[in-house]
Design a protein around this ligand. Structure first.
Ligand SMILES: Cc1cc2nc3c(=O)[nH]c(=O)nc-3n(C[C@H](O)[C@H](O)[C@H](O)COP(=O)(O)OP(=O)(O)OC[C@H]3O[C@@H](n4cnc5c(N)ncnc54)[C@H](O)[C@@H]3O)c2cc1C
Length: 466
């Protein structure tokens, strides 16, 4: 019975999308099975249900697409690269995916004002490659920068290794051009009021077309080091004590011993101590500043009895970055399903949080790895599992619930940067009061009265703002 109703819904939706495609002459809308399959996922590996994929080519297209879909009440799912880790871009109920692939131009660059205007589908790395020869960089650098898009980064308020010194995406968004749920184009400079709410709204409040972004002159010097803290636990507390002693790195990353072993095997990086935990630290600034800070780091490391590998050439720096960037791909080989949580904790509680995670994984007999942007309080907790093993998945669920509960007890929050999407929306009641959730729901209703923008995400799951 359920199946029949389901297939009636999909047939009706397929006809609606066909009619929409005819009305949208000039905007490609693809409904072949291979499109519906490949645009039905994000990095969580969860499959949604996709009725078709539209490819707007400019702001006018995006406006028409949203307006016509809104009139027909066809749900829309904005999608950059689909690299999200919380199900944000996964289409539901045979809705229409709006791919931003064709919106990938750099529109304007102004060196004097230190800003660049880009369309939302531009890949972060392509922006960095555009800026570098001009002597600038765009600080938000998610570890997914080689493939994630600026629109996805803005919608998730993405962070990254450099967030410790430079902050996250919101700090760099100077104006936004976007389309309301009714299909009206808005340009707001600076992004105040409803426009400001779009940063981090995960595609639930509006469709971002373009952004003017602040950029920063490239530092004259970098000093990059990998620290081996072999006393078992203590790497995260040690990092805290370095900061308290005046160290001000741009990057401060933590990699636990188990994760580092995978990375070592993956990129043939030898000489790793078996039970050591690692800190990846980069300092940047003028040559004098960088040298002074590096001297401080080396003396702090020596006093703490920590082994330090400092890059002395650009090739060695590249190798250390390769080690850091290999964390995710090296883990991907450890299991069929990667459950990736990105809780965030006050710096002073990170060590306790990491210990809790390892003890809990041991108790529930799960294969767990911890790393993250330690300077920013972001702790990535990865459980390598297989969603086909039902009993193990029940233990994973229990692990995630207990992880969230402990995180909140320690004064932290459920997501540092991966967003709420589908995976975390059932837990929003852990961090927001019913009054706050009702307020969030009210904002959603005002900005998207028909509920066509990314329905089923953030606001509308059980326990969340439903
Ligand atoms: C290996 C790996 C490493 C990662 N490392 C980091 C990291 O260091 N820091 C970090 O923050 N994240 C990280 N992520 C998560 C992910 O890459 C980020 O959330 C990224 O910002 C998503 O960009 P995307 O283009 O893939 O967006 P998608 O996954 O396609 O979409 C993400 C959300 O944004 C919405 N959206 C996309 N485009 C628009 C638009 N134009 N208008 C409105 N809404 C839109 C979607 O509807 C969805 O809700 C990582 C992911 C992977 C796979």
């Amino acid at each position: 019975m359920r199946e029949r109703r389901g297939s009636t819904v999909s047939r009706d939706r397929a006809r609606e999308i066909e009619r929409l495609a005819r009305a949208l002459r000039g905007i490609p809308v693809r409904t072949e099975p291979h499109y519906r399959l490949s645009y039905g996922f994000d990095a969580t590996g969860t499959r949604g249900s996709c009725g078709g994929v539209a490819f707007p080519g400019d702001l006018r297209d995006l406006g028409r697409l949203v307006r016509e879909s809104s009139r027909r009440r066809i749900p829309l799912f904005m999608r950059g690269a689909g690299s999200g880790f919380s199900g944000g871009s996964i289409p539901l109920d045979n809705g229409l995916v709006v791919s931003t692939e064709k919106l990938s131009r750099v529109l304007h660059f102004d060196a004097r004002r230190e800003e660049v205007e880009v369309e939302c589908g531009l890949v972060n790395k392509e922006l960095q490659d555009f800026l570098e020869p001009l002597g600038f960089f765009y600080p938000p650098d998610p570890a997914s920068l080689n493939f994630s898009t600026i629109g996805g980064n803005i919608a998730e308020n993405a962070g990254g290794p450099r967030a410790f010194k430079y902050g996250v995406t919101r700090r760099y968004v100077r104006s936004l051009t976007w389309v309301t749920a009714e299909g009206i184009a808005v340009e707001r400079d600076p992004p105040r009021g409803p426009t400001a709410a779009l940063v981090g709204a995960e595609g639930t409040l509006g469709a971002i077309y373009a952004a003017r972004l602040g950029v920063v002159p490239l530092p004259a010097a970098y000093r990059t080091s990998l620290l081996e803290v072999s006393a078992g636990w203590g790497a995260l507390s040690l990092a805290g004590s370095f900061i308290a002693a005046g160290l001000a790195p741009s990057v401060l990353e933590y990699i636990d011993s188990k994760t580092m072993r995978c990375v070592g095997e993956y990129c043939c990086f030898g000489g790793l101590a078996r039970d050591a935990h690692y800190l990846f630290i980069e300092i940047d600034g003028s040559r004098e500043e960088a040298d002074e800070q590096q001297r401080l780091l080396e003396s702090l490391a020596e006093r703490a009895g920590v082994v330090i590998r400092a890059a002395s050439t650009e090739a060695e720096r590249e190798l250390l970055w390769k080690v850091r960037r290999s964390v995710s791909p090296s883990l991907a080989r450890r299991g069929v399903t990667k459950v990736n949580e990105d809780v965030s904790l006050p710096l002073g509680k990170l060590e306790e949080g990491a210990r809790f995670v390892h003890e809990l994984a041991h108790e529930l007999d799960l294969d767990c790895y911890v790393f993250g942007h330690a300077g920013d309080g972001n702790m990535h907790v990865n459980v390598m599992t297989d969603r086909r093993r039902t009993e193990e998945m029940r233990r994973v669920e229990s692990f995630v619930e207990r992880l969230f509960a402990r995180t909140v007890e320690l004064g932290g929050t459920l997501s540092g940067e991966h967003g709420i999407g589908m995976t975390k929306s059932p837990y929003l009641g852990m961090i927001f009061t019913p009054a706050e959730l009702a307020l969030a729901r009210g904002i959603k209703r005002c900005m998207d009265p028909e509920g066509i923008l990314n329905p089923g995400k953030y606001f509308s799951r059980e326990g969340a703002a439903a």
